[in-house]
Design a binder for this molecule. Structure first.
Ligand code: NAD
Length: 389
C-alpha cells in the first residue's frame, strides 16, 4: 500500500485517496461516553448544553465584555451571545471609537459598559462585567489578559493563547494571583463531531489509535499590512492561526502529549506577501508507542480535516473545524449530530464554570501546552531536526 508522504504536502486529493485505501477495517463495539464539562449535560450528544441558573451561582446571566471588535467578535461571538443561556454581551472594549455607536445600538450596550484600551482598567469597578473575552491579535493577548485579571475579571482568551511560552505563563500566573478563571477559546471542545472524536480516540472505542492525519488551510486574502502576516503580532503564519486546530485535533484524539516533532516549511511561492511568516508548513507529531500524526497548514490552500485510524476502525471529519457544517463518518457509518452554536456553548460552559466554581475543560494550561508544541514545530522546521517535547 502506498504510504502518504508529506513531501508533496498540499496534494489533498492524493491524501484522501491514500486515506481511503488505508482506512478499511471493520469497527467493533461502540459506546457513547459523556465528556467532562461544567455543564451537567450527560444525556447524549444531541442535547444542547446550557443552564439558566447555577446551583451554587448567583442565578443570573454573567456579563461578558468583548475586547477587540474585529471579524471574530463581530461575526461570531456577538451573535453567539444572543443565543447563550448563562451569559450575555454586557460590554465592549475597543481601540476604535468609530465602532462604538454601531455596537451600542445593535446590542443595547449602555455607555457605562464601553471602554477604550486606555480606560479598560476601570472595568474593575463595573459589576455588570464578570468576564472579559480577549479577541485581539495574538501577541497582544498577554497584555489584555493580565489587565483583565488585575481588574478581577474572569478571562476567555482567543487562540493561540500567546506567541511565547513566557507570555502564557505570565497570563496563567496573573489569573491565579487574582483568583480568576482563565480559559482559551477552543470552541471545538463543545462541538459534537469533535467531541465524538475525543471519545473514539481517548476511550479507544475502535481499539488503540494507529495514526492521525490533519490539515487546516485556507487561501488568505488580507492586505499585506494585516497583523496575520506579521511575525511580531501573529507569532507566525497559518500554523499559529489555523494549524493550531490540527494540533488540538491530534491532542484530543490522543489525550496525551507527543514525545517528538519533525517539521518542514513549504515553498514560499509569494515571498513578497509572506515576508515574515511562513506560507505553509507540514509537521509530524510522534507519540509513545509509535503513533504518528501527519499534519499540514497553509495560507494558500483549502482544507480542514481530521482523520484517525485505530486498530478496529476509522473516523474522519471533513470539514472538521468550521463554525458550521461539520461532517463526520466512521467505519460504522455517518455521524448524525445536530448543528450547534459552538461559541454559544463554549461561553455558556465557561460562565457555568465561573458560577459554580468548577475548572474549565479548556484552561490556560492547555493553551500553554499548545503554544509549546507550536514553537517546537517552528524549531523543528527551522533546524531540520527532530525536537523533543
Ligand atoms: P481581526 O483582524 O478581524 O480583528 C482584530 C481586532 O483587534 C480588531 O478589532 C483590531 O482593531 C484589534 N486590534 C487591537 N490592536 C491591534 C493592532 N495593534 N493591530 C491590529 N489589530 C488590533 O482579527 P480576528 O479574526 O477577529 O482575530 C482576533 C483573534 O481571534 C486572534 O487571536 C485570532 O486567532 C482569534 N480568532 C479565533 C477564531 C476561532 O475560531 N476561535 C476565529 C477567528 C479569529
Amino acid at each position: 500500500m502506498k504510504k502518504f508522504s508529506f513531501s508533496s504536502p498540499f496534494n489533498r486529493r492524493q491524501f484522501l485517496k491514500d486515506l481511503s485505501l488505508t482506512l478499511g477495517s471493520t469497527a467493533t463495539g461502540l459506546s457513547l461516553l459523556s465528556l467532562t464539562s461544567c455543564n451537567t449535560n450527560k444525556s447524549g450528544n444531541k442535547e444542547q448544553s446550557g443552564e439558566t441558573s447555577g446551583q451554587n451561582g448567583q442565578g443570573r446571566k454573567l456579563g461578558i465584555a468583548l475586547l477587540g471588535l474585529g471579524k471574530y467578535s463581530e461575526g461570531q461571538l456577538a451573535p453567539a451571545l444572543q443565543e447563550t443561556n448563562n451569559c450575555y454581551l454586557a460590554g465592549i472594549v475597543t481601540g476604535s471609537p468609530d465602532k462604538v455607536d454601531k455596537w451600542k445600538r445593535k446590542y443595547d450596550i449602555p455607555d457605562k459598559n464601553v471602554y477604550s484600551y486606555e480606560s479598560f482598567d476601570q472595568i474593575k469597578d463595573n459589576p455588570d462585567i464578570d468576564i472579559v473575552y480577549v479577541v485581539t491579535p495574538n501577541a497582544l493577548h498577554r497584555e489584555f489578559v493580565v489587565r483583565a485579571a488585575q481588574a478581577k475579571k474572569h478571562v476567555i482568551c482567543e487562540k493561540p493563547m500567546a506567541t511565547t511560552v513566557e507570555d502564557c505563563q505570565a497570563m496563567i500566573d496573573a489569573c491565579k494571583q487574582n483568583n480568576v478563571k482563565l480559559s482559551i477559546g477552543y470552541r471545538l471542545h463543545f462541538e459534537p463531531h469533535n467531541q465524538r472524536v475525543m471519545e473514539l480516540g481517548q476511550k479507544e472505542v475502535f481499539g488503540p489509535v494507529k495514526s492521525i492525519k490533519a490539515a487546516d488551510s485556507f487561501k488568505i486574502n488580507v492586505k499585506p499590512e494585516d497583523w496575520r502576516l506579521s511575525q511580531k503580532l501573529a507569532g507566525g503564519g497559518p500554523l499559529m492561526d489555523v494549524g493550531i486546530y490540527c494540533i488540538q485535533g491530534v491532542m484530543y484524539t490522543m489525550g496525551k502529549e507527543p514525545i517528538a516533532i519533525t517539521a518542514k516549511y513549504g515553498e514560499k511561492t509569494r515571498p513578497d506577501y509572506f515576508k515574515t511568516v511562513e506560507q505553509s508548513i507540514s509537521w509530524q507529531m510522534q507519540f509513545e508507542g509509535g503513533v504518528i500524526a501527519d499534519c499540514v497548514s497553509s495560507y494558500n490552500d483549502e482544507a480542514g480535516f481530521l482523520y484517525g485510524e485505530a486498530r478496529d476502525g476509522w473516523w474522519r471529519l471533513d470539514p472538521a473545524y468550521s463554525y458550521s457544517g461539520i461532517k463526520g463518518e466512521t467505519s460504522q457509518g455517518k455521524m448524525d449530530f445536530e448543528e450547534v452554536n459552538q461559541q454559544a456553548r463554549q461561553m455558556d460552559d465557561f460562565a457555568n464554570c465561573v458560577r459554580n466554581n468548577k475548572p474549565t475543560q479548556v484552561p490556560g494550561e492547555m493553551g500553554l501546552r499548545d503554544v509549546r508544541i507550536l514553537l517546537a514545530i517552528y524549531e523543528a522546521a527551522r533546524t531540520n531536526k527532530k525536537v523533543g517535547i
